[in-house]
Design a protein around this ligand. Structure first.
Ligand SMILES: Cc1cc2nc3c(=O)[nH]c(=O)nc-3n(C[C@H](O)[C@H](O)[C@H](O)COP(=O)(O)OP(=O)(O)OC[C@H]3O[C@@H](n4cnc5c(N)ncnc54)[C@H](O)[C@@H]3O)c2cc1C
Length: 568
Protein backbone atom coordinates (compact mmCIF):
# COMPACT_ATOMS: atom_id res chain seq x y z
CA UNK A 1 0.00 0.00 0.00
CA UNK A 2 1.55 3.30 -1.06
CA UNK A 3 0.29 6.64 0.29
CA UNK A 4 1.51 10.03 -0.88
CA UNK A 5 -0.12 12.11 1.82
CA UNK A 6 -1.00 11.60 5.50
CA UNK A 7 -4.66 12.43 4.76
CA UNK A 8 -4.84 9.14 2.82
CA UNK A 9 -4.11 7.26 6.06
CA UNK A 10 -7.37 8.23 7.75
CA UNK A 11 -8.87 4.75 8.00
CA UNK A 12 -6.00 3.35 10.04
CA UNK A 13 -4.85 4.47 13.44
CA UNK A 14 -2.75 1.54 14.59
CA UNK A 15 0.03 -0.74 13.30
CA UNK A 16 2.23 -3.42 14.89
CA UNK A 17 5.42 -1.60 13.91
CA UNK A 18 5.92 2.00 12.87
CA UNK A 19 9.28 2.58 11.14
CA UNK A 20 10.46 6.20 10.75
CA UNK A 21 12.81 6.88 7.80
CA UNK A 22 13.34 4.81 4.64
CA UNK A 23 17.14 4.75 4.14
CA UNK A 24 19.31 1.62 4.38
CA UNK A 25 18.18 1.29 8.03
CA UNK A 26 14.42 1.81 7.77
CA UNK A 27 13.66 0.37 4.31
CA UNK A 28 15.49 -2.85 5.20
CA UNK A 29 13.62 -3.32 8.48
CA UNK A 30 10.19 -2.44 7.03
CA UNK A 31 10.74 -4.79 4.11
CA UNK A 32 11.99 -7.72 6.21
CA UNK A 33 9.33 -7.38 8.96
CA UNK A 34 6.52 -7.26 6.41
CA UNK A 35 7.68 -10.59 4.96
CA UNK A 36 5.76 -11.96 7.95
CA UNK A 37 2.08 -11.58 7.01
CA UNK A 38 1.15 -11.40 10.70
CA UNK A 39 2.97 -8.10 11.16
CA UNK A 40 1.29 -4.91 10.07
CA UNK A 41 3.99 -2.38 9.28
CA UNK A 42 3.87 1.36 8.59
CA UNK A 43 6.95 3.01 7.05
CA UNK A 44 6.96 6.83 7.26
CA UNK A 45 9.28 8.94 5.09
CA UNK A 46 9.53 12.74 5.17
CA UNK A 47 10.62 13.00 1.53
CA UNK A 48 8.83 12.14 -1.73
CA UNK A 49 8.65 8.95 -3.78
CA UNK A 50 11.84 8.09 -5.70
CA UNK A 51 10.12 6.32 -8.59
CA UNK A 52 10.71 7.62 -12.09
CA UNK A 53 13.26 10.25 -11.00
CA UNK A 54 15.98 10.19 -13.66
CA UNK A 55 18.42 12.22 -11.55
CA UNK A 56 18.34 9.42 -8.97
CA UNK A 57 18.33 6.46 -11.37
CA UNK A 58 21.27 7.46 -13.61
CA UNK A 59 24.55 6.61 -11.80
CA UNK A 60 26.52 9.41 -13.54
CA UNK A 61 24.08 12.02 -12.19
CA UNK A 62 25.26 11.33 -8.62
CA UNK A 63 27.36 14.50 -8.87
CA UNK A 64 24.32 16.70 -9.50
CA UNK A 65 21.32 15.48 -7.49
CA UNK A 66 18.71 18.28 -7.30
CA UNK A 67 18.45 19.91 -3.87
CA UNK A 68 14.74 19.03 -3.69
CA UNK A 69 15.75 15.48 -2.74
CA UNK A 70 17.92 16.58 0.18
CA UNK A 71 17.39 18.19 3.61
CA UNK A 72 19.96 20.95 2.89
CA UNK A 73 21.24 20.90 6.47
CA UNK A 74 23.89 23.44 7.45
CA UNK A 75 26.33 23.11 10.31
CA UNK A 76 26.84 25.84 12.89
CA UNK A 77 30.08 27.81 12.37
CA UNK A 78 32.44 24.93 13.17
CA UNK A 79 34.93 26.09 15.84
CA UNK A 80 37.54 23.48 14.84
CA UNK A 81 37.42 24.76 11.23
CA UNK A 82 37.90 28.40 12.27
CA UNK A 83 34.16 29.09 12.10
CA UNK A 84 33.49 27.68 8.65
CA UNK A 85 29.86 26.70 7.88
CA UNK A 86 29.36 23.73 5.59
CA UNK A 87 26.44 21.79 4.22
CA UNK A 88 25.95 18.26 5.53
CA UNK A 89 24.12 16.37 2.80
CA UNK A 90 21.42 13.79 3.52
CA UNK A 91 18.68 12.28 1.39
CA UNK A 92 15.08 13.49 1.75
CA UNK A 93 13.38 10.95 -0.49
CA UNK A 94 12.32 7.30 -0.38
CA UNK A 95 15.54 5.31 0.03
CA UNK A 96 17.04 8.10 2.14
CA UNK A 97 20.67 8.91 1.47
CA UNK A 98 21.08 5.72 -0.59
CA UNK A 99 18.95 7.44 -3.27
CA UNK A 100 21.37 10.37 -3.53
CA UNK A 101 24.72 8.92 -2.47
CA UNK A 102 27.96 8.32 -4.38
CA UNK A 103 27.16 4.58 -4.90
CA UNK A 104 30.49 3.33 -3.54
CA UNK A 105 30.10 -0.12 -1.97
CA UNK A 106 32.71 -0.85 0.70
CA UNK A 107 32.14 -2.79 3.89
CA UNK A 108 35.11 -1.63 5.95
CA UNK A 109 37.39 -4.06 7.79
CA UNK A 110 36.54 -7.19 9.77
CA UNK A 111 38.19 -5.43 12.72
CA UNK A 112 35.64 -2.58 12.49
CA UNK A 113 32.74 -4.98 13.17
CA UNK A 114 34.75 -6.87 15.81
CA UNK A 115 35.13 -3.48 17.54
CA UNK A 116 31.33 -3.05 17.53
CA UNK A 117 31.09 -6.48 19.17
CA UNK A 118 33.66 -5.52 21.78
CA UNK A 119 31.99 -2.20 22.61
CA UNK A 120 28.49 -3.70 22.76
CA UNK A 121 29.48 -6.97 24.47
CA UNK A 122 27.58 -8.90 21.78
CA UNK A 123 29.54 -11.30 19.57
CA UNK A 124 26.64 -11.31 17.12
CA UNK A 125 28.11 -8.06 15.74
CA UNK A 126 31.41 -9.77 14.84
CA UNK A 127 32.40 -9.88 11.16
CA UNK A 128 32.22 -13.68 10.92
CA UNK A 129 28.76 -13.76 12.53
CA UNK A 130 27.47 -11.07 10.14
CA UNK A 131 28.35 -12.94 6.93
CA UNK A 132 24.81 -14.20 6.39
CA UNK A 133 23.47 -10.64 6.66
CA UNK A 134 26.04 -9.36 4.15
CA UNK A 135 24.75 -12.00 1.73
CA UNK A 136 21.10 -11.15 2.42
CA UNK A 137 21.82 -7.54 1.46
CA UNK A 138 24.01 -8.05 -1.61
CA UNK A 139 23.14 -9.12 -5.13
CA UNK A 140 26.45 -9.07 -6.99
CA UNK A 141 25.62 -8.44 -10.65
CA UNK A 142 28.21 -8.48 -13.46
CA UNK A 143 28.40 -5.29 -15.57
CA UNK A 144 25.74 -5.36 -18.30
CA UNK A 145 28.35 -4.39 -20.91
CA UNK A 146 29.49 -8.01 -20.72
CA UNK A 147 33.05 -6.91 -19.87
CA UNK A 148 35.33 -9.65 -18.52
CA UNK A 149 35.78 -9.01 -14.77
CA UNK A 150 37.94 -11.99 -13.93
CA UNK A 151 40.71 -10.87 -11.60
CA UNK A 152 38.80 -7.76 -10.51
CA UNK A 153 36.88 -9.30 -7.57
CA UNK A 154 36.65 -12.43 -5.47
CA UNK A 155 33.28 -14.20 -5.94
CA UNK A 156 33.80 -16.14 -2.70
CA UNK A 157 33.17 -13.06 -0.57
CA UNK A 158 29.96 -11.91 -2.30
CA UNK A 159 26.25 -12.51 -2.11
CA UNK A 160 24.42 -13.11 -5.38
CA UNK A 161 20.77 -13.19 -4.35
CA UNK A 162 20.32 -10.33 -1.87
CA UNK A 163 18.29 -7.15 -2.16
CA UNK A 164 20.74 -4.48 -3.36
CA UNK A 165 22.73 -4.79 -6.60
CA UNK A 166 26.50 -4.36 -6.50
CA UNK A 167 28.61 -4.23 -9.63
CA UNK A 168 31.95 -3.34 -11.20
CA UNK A 169 32.31 -0.63 -13.87
CA UNK A 170 30.86 -1.14 -17.33
CA UNK A 171 33.65 0.69 -19.16
CA UNK A 172 37.09 -0.69 -19.95
CA UNK A 173 39.85 0.59 -17.59
CA UNK A 174 40.53 4.32 -17.76
CA UNK A 175 43.88 6.11 -17.89
CA UNK A 176 43.90 6.55 -14.09
CA UNK A 177 43.21 2.82 -13.57
CA UNK A 178 46.25 1.88 -15.66
CA UNK A 179 48.44 4.36 -13.77
CA UNK A 180 47.12 3.02 -10.44
CA UNK A 181 48.26 -0.50 -11.30
CA UNK A 182 51.64 0.97 -12.26
CA UNK A 183 51.98 2.49 -8.77
CA UNK A 184 51.34 -0.90 -7.20
CA UNK A 185 54.14 -2.40 -9.31
CA UNK A 186 56.48 0.48 -8.55
CA UNK A 187 56.12 1.04 -4.80
CA UNK A 188 56.45 -1.67 -2.17
CA UNK A 189 54.17 0.32 0.10
CA UNK A 190 51.05 -0.36 -1.99
CA UNK A 191 49.66 -3.82 -2.75
CA UNK A 192 47.00 -4.95 -5.20
CA UNK A 193 43.90 -6.16 -3.36
CA UNK A 194 41.72 -8.53 -5.38
CA UNK A 195 38.68 -7.64 -3.28
CA UNK A 196 38.57 -4.91 -0.67
CA UNK A 197 35.26 -6.27 0.64
CA UNK A 198 36.87 -9.42 2.05
CA UNK A 199 37.30 -7.90 5.53
CA UNK A 200 40.88 -6.93 4.67
CA UNK A 201 40.52 -3.72 2.66
CA UNK A 202 44.11 -2.47 2.53
CA UNK A 203 45.55 -2.02 -0.96
CA UNK A 204 44.48 -0.83 -4.40
CA UNK A 205 41.44 -2.55 -5.85
CA UNK A 206 38.58 -2.26 -8.30
CA UNK A 207 35.73 -0.18 -6.98
CA UNK A 208 32.38 -1.86 -6.47
CA UNK A 209 29.24 0.27 -6.68
CA UNK A 210 25.54 -0.12 -5.87
CA UNK A 211 24.56 -0.35 -9.51
CA UNK A 212 22.56 -3.08 -11.26
CA UNK A 213 21.70 -3.28 -14.95
CA UNK A 214 23.16 0.21 -15.41
CA UNK A 215 20.88 1.83 -12.78
CA UNK A 216 21.35 3.05 -9.21
CA UNK A 217 20.37 0.35 -6.71
CA UNK A 218 19.13 1.88 -3.45
CA UNK A 219 17.29 0.95 -0.27
CA UNK A 220 14.12 1.93 -2.13
CA UNK A 221 14.73 -0.05 -5.36
CA UNK A 222 16.29 -2.98 -3.47
CA UNK A 223 14.01 -3.38 -0.46
CA UNK A 224 10.83 -1.58 -1.57
CA UNK A 225 10.37 -2.89 -5.11
CA UNK A 226 6.92 -3.11 -6.69
CA UNK A 227 6.19 -6.54 -5.16
CA UNK A 228 7.04 -5.28 -1.67
CA UNK A 229 5.06 -2.07 -2.24
CA UNK A 230 2.00 -4.17 -3.08
CA UNK A 231 2.04 -6.09 0.22
CA UNK A 232 -1.28 -5.55 2.05
CA UNK A 233 0.46 -5.63 5.46
CA UNK A 234 2.98 -2.87 4.56
CA UNK A 235 1.93 0.76 4.27
CA UNK A 236 4.49 3.21 2.90
CA UNK A 237 3.62 6.80 3.69
CA UNK A 238 5.80 9.47 2.04
CA UNK A 239 5.82 13.28 2.36
CA UNK A 240 5.23 12.93 6.12
CA UNK A 241 7.43 14.45 8.82
CA UNK A 242 7.69 12.76 12.21
CA UNK A 243 7.92 15.26 15.04
CA UNK A 244 8.03 13.07 18.18
CA UNK A 245 7.56 9.65 19.70
CA UNK A 246 5.17 9.54 22.66
CA UNK A 247 4.68 7.25 25.66
CA UNK A 248 1.33 5.82 26.69
CA UNK A 249 0.74 8.21 29.54
CA UNK A 250 2.42 10.48 32.03
CA UNK A 251 5.32 8.74 33.76
CA UNK A 252 5.13 5.71 31.46
CA UNK A 253 8.34 4.47 29.83
CA UNK A 254 6.51 2.54 27.10
CA UNK A 255 6.70 4.27 23.73
CA UNK A 256 3.57 3.54 21.75
CA UNK A 257 2.87 6.47 19.44
CA UNK A 258 4.42 8.51 16.69
CA UNK A 259 3.34 12.11 16.13
CA UNK A 260 3.36 13.42 12.56
CA UNK A 261 3.28 16.95 11.22
CA UNK A 262 3.42 19.13 8.14
CA UNK A 263 6.81 20.78 7.69
CA UNK A 264 5.51 23.38 5.23
CA UNK A 265 2.86 24.71 7.62
CA UNK A 266 4.86 23.77 10.75
CA UNK A 267 1.78 22.16 12.27
CA UNK A 268 1.22 18.88 14.11
CA UNK A 269 -1.32 16.65 12.35
CA UNK A 270 -2.04 13.58 14.47
CA UNK A 271 -0.63 10.53 16.22
CA UNK A 272 -0.39 6.92 15.03
CA UNK A 273 -0.24 3.96 17.40
CA UNK A 274 2.50 1.31 17.32
CA UNK A 275 1.28 -1.80 19.17
CA UNK A 276 4.66 -3.56 19.28
CA UNK A 277 7.45 -1.07 18.59
CA UNK A 278 8.44 2.24 17.08
CA UNK A 279 11.65 1.85 15.08
CA UNK A 280 13.56 5.06 14.47
CA UNK A 281 15.65 5.05 11.28
CA UNK A 282 15.76 8.77 10.51
CA UNK A 283 19.55 8.76 10.15
CA UNK A 284 22.46 10.27 12.04
CA UNK A 285 20.81 13.72 12.29
CA UNK A 286 17.09 12.89 12.14
CA UNK A 287 17.10 10.19 14.82
CA UNK A 288 18.69 12.24 17.64
CA UNK A 289 16.53 15.21 16.59
CA UNK A 290 13.32 13.17 17.08
CA UNK A 291 14.61 11.73 20.37
CA UNK A 292 15.46 15.19 21.75
CA UNK A 293 12.13 16.65 20.59
CA UNK A 294 10.47 13.77 22.48
CA UNK A 295 12.24 14.54 25.75
CA UNK A 296 14.76 11.70 25.43
CA UNK A 297 18.27 13.06 25.92
CA UNK A 298 20.42 15.03 28.32
CA UNK A 299 17.95 16.18 31.01
CA UNK A 300 19.88 19.39 31.71
CA UNK A 301 19.84 20.43 28.06
CA UNK A 302 16.17 19.45 27.63
CA UNK A 303 15.09 21.40 30.72
CA UNK A 304 16.94 24.48 29.51
CA UNK A 305 14.69 24.34 26.40
CA UNK A 306 11.52 23.77 28.47
CA UNK A 307 11.07 20.24 27.14
CA UNK A 308 9.69 17.78 29.69
CA UNK A 309 12.07 14.90 30.21
CA UNK A 310 10.78 11.45 29.29
CA UNK A 311 14.15 9.79 29.85
CA UNK A 312 17.54 11.18 30.78
CA UNK A 313 20.05 9.73 28.26
CA UNK A 314 23.00 12.16 28.13
CA UNK A 315 24.59 10.60 25.02
CA UNK A 316 21.70 11.33 22.61
CA UNK A 317 23.16 13.43 19.78
CA UNK A 318 26.73 13.13 21.12
CA UNK A 319 29.61 11.13 19.62
CA UNK A 320 28.97 12.17 16.02
CA UNK A 321 31.90 10.85 13.97
CA UNK A 322 32.40 11.29 10.22
CA UNK A 323 35.10 10.73 7.66
CA UNK A 324 36.81 13.93 6.55
CA UNK A 325 38.74 14.49 3.37
CA UNK A 326 41.21 16.69 1.53
CA UNK A 327 41.50 17.14 -2.22
CA UNK A 328 44.90 16.24 -3.66
CA UNK A 329 44.49 17.76 -7.08
CA UNK A 330 46.97 18.70 -9.83
CA UNK A 331 46.83 20.91 -12.89
CA UNK A 332 46.36 18.51 -15.84
CA UNK A 333 49.59 18.12 -17.84
CA UNK A 334 47.75 16.38 -20.68
CA UNK A 335 44.16 16.39 -21.84
CA UNK A 336 43.33 13.35 -19.67
CA UNK A 337 40.16 11.42 -20.43
CA UNK A 338 38.21 13.02 -23.27
CA UNK A 339 34.84 14.41 -22.21
CA UNK A 340 31.74 12.62 -23.43
CA UNK A 341 28.75 13.85 -25.40
CA UNK A 342 26.07 14.05 -22.67
CA UNK A 343 23.10 14.02 -25.06
CA UNK A 344 24.32 10.84 -26.78
CA UNK A 345 25.18 9.25 -23.41
CA UNK A 346 21.68 9.94 -22.09
CA UNK A 347 20.10 8.54 -25.23
CA UNK A 348 22.14 5.36 -24.90
CA UNK A 349 21.26 5.04 -21.21
CA UNK A 350 17.56 5.54 -21.91
CA UNK A 351 17.45 3.02 -24.73
CA UNK A 352 19.66 0.24 -23.33
CA UNK A 353 20.94 1.20 -19.82
CA UNK A 354 24.50 1.03 -21.16
CA UNK A 355 27.24 3.55 -21.93
CA UNK A 356 29.11 6.20 -19.90
CA UNK A 357 26.09 7.22 -17.81
CA UNK A 358 26.13 3.81 -16.10
CA UNK A 359 29.39 4.89 -14.47
CA UNK A 360 29.90 7.08 -11.38
CA UNK A 361 31.17 9.85 -13.63
CA UNK A 362 34.70 10.34 -12.24
CA UNK A 363 36.73 8.46 -14.90
CA UNK A 364 38.28 6.12 -12.37
CA UNK A 365 37.36 2.57 -11.30
CA UNK A 366 39.71 2.17 -8.39
CA UNK A 367 40.06 2.87 -4.70
CA UNK A 368 43.12 2.70 -2.47
CA UNK A 369 43.04 1.99 1.26
CA UNK A 370 46.25 2.51 3.20
CA UNK A 371 47.73 3.09 6.65
CA UNK A 372 50.05 5.76 7.97
CA UNK A 373 53.58 4.29 7.98
CA UNK A 374 54.40 2.53 11.25
CA UNK A 375 57.61 4.59 11.52
CA UNK A 376 55.74 7.91 11.21
CA UNK A 377 56.65 10.43 13.90
CA UNK A 378 52.95 10.89 14.76
CA UNK A 379 52.96 7.59 16.67
CA UNK A 380 55.40 9.09 19.22
CA UNK A 381 52.62 11.44 20.30
CA UNK A 382 49.44 9.49 19.58
CA UNK A 383 47.86 6.06 19.93
CA UNK A 384 46.37 4.34 16.89
CA UNK A 385 42.69 5.37 16.44
CA UNK A 386 41.94 2.53 14.01
CA UNK A 387 40.09 -0.72 14.78
CA UNK A 388 43.30 -2.73 14.28
CA UNK A 389 46.39 -3.35 12.17
CA UNK A 390 44.39 -4.52 9.11
CA UNK A 391 42.23 -1.41 9.10
CA UNK A 392 43.15 1.54 6.90
CA UNK A 393 43.58 5.12 8.11
CA UNK A 394 43.10 6.57 4.62
CA UNK A 395 41.15 6.09 1.48
CA UNK A 396 42.13 7.55 -1.87
CA UNK A 397 39.53 7.90 -4.62
CA UNK A 398 41.31 8.87 -7.84
CA UNK A 399 39.32 11.36 -9.93
CA UNK A 400 39.65 12.69 -13.45
CA UNK A 401 36.76 15.10 -13.86
CA UNK A 402 36.68 17.09 -17.03
CA UNK A 403 33.44 19.06 -16.90
CA UNK A 404 33.00 22.48 -18.46
CA UNK A 405 34.42 24.92 -15.88
CA UNK A 406 35.25 22.14 -13.42
CA UNK A 407 38.43 20.20 -13.99
CA UNK A 408 39.76 18.00 -11.17
CA UNK A 409 42.62 15.62 -11.64
CA UNK A 410 44.19 13.67 -8.80
CA UNK A 411 42.40 12.20 -5.84
CA UNK A 412 40.11 12.68 -2.90
CA UNK A 413 42.02 11.59 0.19
CA UNK A 414 39.76 10.72 3.11
CA UNK A 415 40.63 10.09 6.75
CA UNK A 416 38.55 6.98 7.51
CA UNK A 417 39.46 6.41 11.17
CA UNK A 418 39.17 9.89 12.70
CA UNK A 419 39.25 10.58 16.42
CA UNK A 420 37.29 13.88 16.59
CA UNK A 421 33.64 13.75 17.58
CA UNK A 422 30.85 16.30 17.27
CA UNK A 423 27.27 16.80 18.33
CA UNK A 424 23.69 17.07 17.04
CA UNK A 425 21.37 19.15 19.19
CA UNK A 426 18.17 21.18 19.01
CA UNK A 427 17.64 24.87 19.70
CA UNK A 428 14.03 25.01 20.90
CA UNK A 429 11.01 22.96 21.90
CA UNK A 430 9.56 23.39 18.41
CA UNK A 431 10.09 20.11 16.49
CA UNK A 432 9.95 21.98 13.17
CA UNK A 433 13.09 23.99 13.93
CA UNK A 434 16.37 22.98 12.27
CA UNK A 435 18.87 20.84 14.24
CA UNK A 436 21.99 22.47 15.67
CA UNK A 437 24.92 20.55 14.30
CA UNK A 438 28.65 20.76 14.96
CA UNK A 439 30.59 17.94 13.25
CA UNK A 440 33.86 19.07 14.93
CA UNK A 441 36.02 17.99 11.98
CA UNK A 442 39.78 17.96 12.71
CA UNK A 443 39.22 18.95 16.34
CA UNK A 444 41.95 16.62 17.59
CA UNK A 445 45.60 17.16 16.77
CA UNK A 446 45.76 13.47 15.86
CA UNK A 447 43.28 14.04 13.01
CA UNK A 448 45.25 17.03 11.73
CA UNK A 449 48.48 15.01 11.90
CA UNK A 450 46.82 12.08 10.14
CA UNK A 451 45.41 14.22 7.32
CA UNK A 452 48.99 15.40 6.78
CA UNK A 453 50.21 11.79 6.64
CA UNK A 454 47.38 10.96 4.23
CA UNK A 455 48.46 13.70 1.83
CA UNK A 456 52.05 12.47 2.00
CA UNK A 457 50.88 8.90 1.32
CA UNK A 458 48.88 10.15 -1.67
CA UNK A 459 51.93 11.99 -3.03
CA UNK A 460 53.96 8.78 -2.82
CA UNK A 461 51.20 6.90 -4.66
CA UNK A 462 51.17 9.53 -7.41
CA UNK A 463 54.96 9.41 -7.81
CA UNK A 464 56.17 7.60 -10.92
CA UNK A 465 56.92 8.22 -14.60
CA UNK A 466 53.37 7.50 -15.79
CA UNK A 467 51.78 9.93 -13.38
CA UNK A 468 54.45 12.58 -14.15
CA UNK A 469 53.18 12.74 -17.74
CA UNK A 470 49.63 13.40 -16.57
CA UNK A 471 49.85 15.43 -13.36
CA UNK A 472 51.13 19.00 -13.57
CA UNK A 473 51.74 21.36 -10.67
CA UNK A 474 50.05 20.57 -7.35
CA UNK A 475 46.93 22.58 -6.54
CA UNK A 476 46.61 21.52 -2.90
CA UNK A 477 48.14 22.70 0.37
CA UNK A 478 51.31 20.64 0.56
CA UNK A 479 52.46 19.95 4.15
CA UNK A 480 56.02 19.46 2.86
CA UNK A 481 56.12 22.94 1.36
CA UNK A 482 54.07 25.17 3.66
CA UNK A 483 54.82 26.02 7.29
CA UNK A 484 52.60 23.96 9.64
CA UNK A 485 50.41 26.88 10.75
CA UNK A 486 49.71 28.06 7.22
CA UNK A 487 49.06 24.51 6.05
CA UNK A 488 46.54 24.00 8.87
CA UNK A 489 44.71 27.25 8.11
CA UNK A 490 44.32 26.38 4.43
CA UNK A 491 43.38 22.77 5.21
CA UNK A 492 40.67 23.83 7.67
CA UNK A 493 39.18 26.04 4.94
CA UNK A 494 39.19 23.28 2.34
CA UNK A 495 38.49 19.88 3.96
CA UNK A 496 35.20 18.26 3.02
CA UNK A 497 32.74 16.00 4.82
CA UNK A 498 32.91 12.30 3.98
CA UNK A 499 29.09 12.31 4.50
CA UNK A 500 29.47 9.10 6.47
CA UNK A 501 28.31 10.24 9.89
CA UNK A 502 27.62 7.68 12.63
CA UNK A 503 27.31 7.43 16.40
CA UNK A 504 24.67 9.94 17.59
CA UNK A 505 22.55 7.22 19.23
CA UNK A 506 25.41 4.88 19.86
CA UNK A 507 25.26 1.21 20.81
CA UNK A 508 26.91 0.13 24.07
CA UNK A 509 26.84 -2.88 26.35
CA UNK A 510 23.74 -3.60 28.43
CA UNK A 511 25.44 -2.52 31.65
CA UNK A 512 27.19 0.58 30.27
CA UNK A 513 25.90 3.98 31.36
CA UNK A 514 27.22 5.47 28.12
CA UNK A 515 25.51 5.12 24.78
CA UNK A 516 21.85 5.26 23.81
CA UNK A 517 20.88 1.72 22.75
CA UNK A 518 21.93 -1.73 23.95
CA UNK A 519 23.34 -4.42 21.66
CA UNK A 520 19.74 -5.34 20.72
CA UNK A 521 19.29 -1.70 19.51
CA UNK A 522 16.55 -1.03 22.10
CA UNK A 523 16.73 2.45 23.62
CA UNK A 524 17.99 2.09 27.17
CA UNK A 525 15.48 2.46 30.05
CA UNK A 526 12.50 2.64 27.68
CA UNK A 527 10.20 0.02 26.18
CA UNK A 528 8.82 -0.17 22.66
CA UNK A 529 11.55 1.92 21.01
CA UNK A 530 14.44 0.73 18.87
CA UNK A 531 16.88 2.50 16.56
CA UNK A 532 18.08 0.93 13.33
CA UNK A 533 20.27 3.28 11.30
CA UNK A 534 23.80 4.66 11.10
CA UNK A 535 23.33 6.58 14.35
CA UNK A 536 23.76 3.41 16.46
CA UNK A 537 27.16 2.52 14.95
CA UNK A 538 29.61 2.76 17.87
CA UNK A 539 32.87 2.91 15.88
CA UNK A 540 33.03 4.43 12.41
CA UNK A 541 33.74 1.83 9.72
CA UNK A 542 36.87 2.35 7.65
CA UNK A 543 34.71 2.08 4.51
CA UNK A 544 31.73 4.03 3.22
CA UNK A 545 28.70 3.61 5.45
CA UNK A 546 25.81 2.32 3.35
CA UNK A 547 26.93 -1.33 3.37
CA UNK A 548 27.53 -1.35 7.17
CA UNK A 549 24.07 0.20 7.71
CA UNK A 550 22.39 -2.39 5.47
CA UNK A 551 24.26 -5.19 7.27
CA UNK A 552 23.27 -3.79 10.67
CA UNK A 553 19.64 -3.45 9.59
CA UNK A 554 19.50 -7.01 8.25
CA UNK A 555 20.60 -8.34 11.64
CA UNK A 556 18.28 -5.91 13.45
CA UNK A 557 15.34 -7.25 11.42
CA UNK A 558 16.08 -10.75 12.72
CA UNK A 559 16.48 -9.49 16.30
CA UNK A 560 13.11 -7.71 16.17
CA UNK A 561 11.33 -10.54 14.41
CA UNK A 562 12.69 -13.16 16.83
CA UNK A 563 11.61 -11.05 19.80
CA UNK A 564 8.00 -10.77 18.64
CA UNK A 565 7.62 -14.27 17.23
CA UNK A 566 8.75 -15.66 20.58
CA UNK A 567 6.21 -13.54 22.44
CA UNK A 568 3.24 -14.39 20.19
C1 LIG B 1 25.59 12.79 -0.79
C2 LIG B 1 25.94 11.51 -0.08
C3 LIG B 1 26.92 10.67 -0.63
C4 LIG B 1 27.22 9.47 0.01
N1 LIG B 1 28.05 8.57 -0.62
C5 LIG B 1 28.14 7.32 -0.14
C6 LIG B 1 28.79 6.30 -0.91
O1 LIG B 1 29.25 6.53 -2.01
N2 LIG B 1 28.85 5.06 -0.36
C7 LIG B 1 28.33 4.77 0.87
O2 LIG B 1 28.46 3.63 1.33
N3 LIG B 1 27.72 5.71 1.60
C8 LIG B 1 27.56 6.95 1.11
N4 LIG B 1 26.86 7.89 1.81
C9 LIG B 1 26.38 7.54 3.15
C10 LIG B 1 25.21 6.56 3.17
O3 LIG B 1 24.28 6.84 2.15
C11 LIG B 1 24.56 6.62 4.56
O4 LIG B 1 25.50 6.21 5.52
C12 LIG B 1 23.34 5.72 4.70
O5 LIG B 1 22.35 6.06 3.76
C13 LIG B 1 22.77 5.82 6.11
O6 LIG B 1 21.54 5.16 6.20
P1 LIG B 1 20.48 5.58 7.30
O7 LIG B 1 19.34 4.64 7.14
O8 LIG B 1 21.16 5.65 8.61
O9 LIG B 1 20.05 7.09 6.98
P2 LIG B 1 19.52 7.78 5.67
O10 LIG B 1 19.89 7.01 4.47
O11 LIG B 1 19.95 9.20 5.72
O12 LIG B 1 17.93 7.70 5.81
C14 LIG B 1 17.20 8.42 6.77
C15 LIG B 1 15.81 8.69 6.24
O13 LIG B 1 15.00 9.22 7.27
C16 LIG B 1 14.22 10.28 6.77
N5 LIG B 1 13.89 11.16 7.89
C17 LIG B 1 14.75 11.91 8.61
N6 LIG B 1 14.08 12.61 9.55
C18 LIG B 1 12.78 12.29 9.42
C19 LIG B 1 11.60 12.70 10.09
N7 LIG B 1 11.63 13.56 11.10
N8 LIG B 1 10.40 12.17 9.68
C20 LIG B 1 10.36 11.27 8.65
N9 LIG B 1 11.45 10.86 7.98
C21 LIG B 1 12.65 11.36 8.36
C22 LIG B 1 15.11 10.93 5.73
O14 LIG B 1 14.37 11.71 4.81
C23 LIG B 1 15.79 9.72 5.11
O15 LIG B 1 15.03 9.21 4.03
C24 LIG B 1 26.57 9.13 1.24
C25 LIG B 1 25.62 9.99 1.80
C26 LIG B 1 25.28 11.17 1.14
C27 LIG B 1 24.23 12.07 1.73
Amino acid sequence: IFLNDPSELSARTSFDFVVVGSGPGGATVASRLSENKQFNVLLIEAGPNDEGVLDIQVPAFQNAIPKTYEWNTSTIPIPSLDGRVIEFRRGHVLGGSSSVNGLVYTRGSAEDYNTWAKISGDNGWRWDKLQKYIKKNERFTPPNSGRNITGEFNPAVHGFSGAVSVSLGNDEPYLLDRLGLESVDLHEEFNFNLDMNSGNPIGLGWLQATVGNGERSSAATGYLNSTVRARPNLTILVNTYVTRVLSDGKGSKKICKVEIGNRATRSVLRTIEAKNEVILAAGVIGTPQILLNSGIGDSKELKSLNISVLQDIPDVGKNFVDHVGAGVSYIPATNGTPSIDPAAALQEWLSSRTGPFTERGVNSHQILFSRAPSNSSIWIEHGDPSSGPNTPHFELLPVDLNLPGFVVLGGLMVLVQPSSSGKVGISSSNPFDEPVFNPAYLETKLDRDLIMEGIRTTKRFFAGPGWAEVLGDPQFADPDVLPREQWETITKMSVFSGIHGVGTASMSSKSSRNGVVGPDLKVKSLQGLRIVDASVIPHIPSGHTQAPTYILAERASDLISDDWCRRN
